[in-house]
Write a protein that binds this ligand. Structure first.
Ligand SMILES: [Zn+2]
Length: 186
């Protein structure tokens, strides 16, 4: 018997005592977690947990610079949707969901990804893996957040020194910024 459902990277799909991590999954702290976006298959006979990529036929290439909307951020990673490839008219097909692991966010050590990016931020990232899942990096001065809104009033945050500021709420904020924050057409 096979049970299937859609899962996102990092989502807990089973206990290690019950299922063996297989294709598209990995083990962490006694749990089986999804490594990519896709369809989870828990095989109750073979006792395996498999995640099959939902639509692996993306036309992104290694090294592409892409603009993305951040959809979810956890301590260990940010999940985002690729909107377009910078400088190219290429129409994106297939899977456009990418992940940025916390270790790939900045050239500096990042302990908690939720400090660097927030949902609805627009970022410029570089594609470092295409299959089986899209992996991105924002390490580098020209990569990172290019547009961010105040979490309270939803107005654009402005850059001040190395951080961000909401003039409306008179409140500072922080992101892993690209060097051309707020000055990018995308
Ligand atoms: Zn505000």
């Amino acid at each position: 018997m096979k049970e299937t459902r859609k899962v996102v990277p990092g989502e807990e799909v089973a206990e290690v005592e019950e299922y063996i991590p297989a294709e598209g999954t990995y083990e962490e702290d006694g749990k089986v977690l999804a490594a990519l976006y896709g369809e989870l298959e828990l095989d109750t006979e073979e006792k395996t947990a498999v995640v099959r990529a939902k639509n692996p036929m993306t036309n992104l290439h290694l090294g592409d610079l892409v603009f993305c909307t951040v959809s979810d951020v956890r301590a260990s990673m940010a999940i985002c949707e690729v909107i377009s490839v910078e400088g190219k008219k290429r129409e994106l097909t297939g899977d456009t969901n990418g992940t940025i692991h916390v270790s790939k966010m900045s050239a500096e050590y990042v302990q908690d990804a939720t400090r660097e990016m927030r949902p609805s931020d627009i970022i410029r990232a570089k594609v470092i893996q295409v299959r089986p899942s899209i992996q991105l990096t924002t390490a580098g001065p020209h990569l990172g957040v290019i547009k961010a809104l105040c979490r309270k009033c939803r107005r654009p945050l402005v850059r001040v020194d190395k951080g961000l500021y909401c003039n409306n709420c008179e409140r500072p904020d922080y992101r892993k910024l690209s060097d051309d924050y707020a000055a990018v057409e995308f």
